[in-house]
Design a protein around this ligand. Sequence first.
Ligand SMILES: [Zn+2]
Ligand SMILES: [Zn+2]
Length: 284
Amino acid sequence: MTGAESAREDADFHIRFWGVRGTIACPGPEYMRYGGNTSCIEVRCGKRLIVLDAGTGLRPLGAVLEKNGPIKAEILLTHTHLDHVAGLPFFLPMFKPGNTIRMGAGHLLQQGMTLKEVVERTMQPPLFPIPLEALEADLSFHDFDVGHTIKLGNHVKVRTAPLNHPNGATGYRVEYGGRSVCYVTDTEHVEGRLDEAILELIDGCDIFIYDATYTDDEYPDHRGWGHSTWQQGARLADAAGVANYVVFHHAPEHTDNMMDQISDSVRRVRGASVVAREGLILRP
Ligand SMILES: [Zn+2]
Ligand SMILES: [Zn+2]
C-alpha cells in the first residue's frame, strides 16, 4: 500500500446497515426492500471496525468479514434485549482463532450484572449448543457506566448517554476525523418534551440514527413499550442541528409498502432524512 492509499484509508469514515428492524426478525416477501434483520450497523473509522448492536444482521456481516482474514472488532451494544443480541451466536469470526473481538455495554453494571454473564447465559445449552469458552477468537468484555466516554485508539472516540428503555439502554456518538455518527435506539420519549440527554449527545452531529418504531398516530397504543416515533426523531434532529436524520428500528408490522409511505412523509417534514434499509451505506 502506498502512503497516499494508506492516508485515504485512514480518512475513510462510513457506516453500513446490516439490520434495521426492531423487536423481531421479519423474513418474507413483505420485507424484501427494507430488510427483515434486526439491529446491526458496521462503522468503519479508518482501520477501526465498530459494530453497533448484534441483532440478526450480525450474521451476514460476519460472513463477509470471514472472507477477509483476521479481524479486530469492537461490538458496542445499546442493550441486551434479544433483537439486539440474537446474531451473536451466529457471528462466524467468534469461532475462529486469530480474531480479536471486544464487546461493550453500559446498562448492566447498575443492575449488578456483567455483559460476560449475560452473553454466557444466552450461549449455553440447552439454549445454544456451543458454550462461550469453546469459542476460539480472542474475546473480551467491557462493562462501563453509561455517560462514560470510550477512547478506542486511532483517534476514535465514543461518547455515551442513557436512553429511556425497560432494563436500560445506551445511546452512542462515534467521533472520528471531526465527523460524527449518533446511534440512539431503543428509547421512549415523553410527549411534548425533547429528551435533554439525547439532545446533548446528538448536538450538531452529521448522522443521527433514531428509534422510529412507530408513527405518532400508532404511539398511544404502545405507551410504556420503550420506543419512539419518526416524528419525534425529526423534532430532535431539528432542535439539535443534526445534518442527516435516519429512521431506524422499524416495527415488524411496517411492511415495505408502509415503509415507502413513512419515507415519503419523513422527507416532506425534513428533507435531509432517510429511512434505513439493509445495505444502505452512509458517509458522515
Ligand atoms: Zn430493539
Ligand atoms: Zn429493547
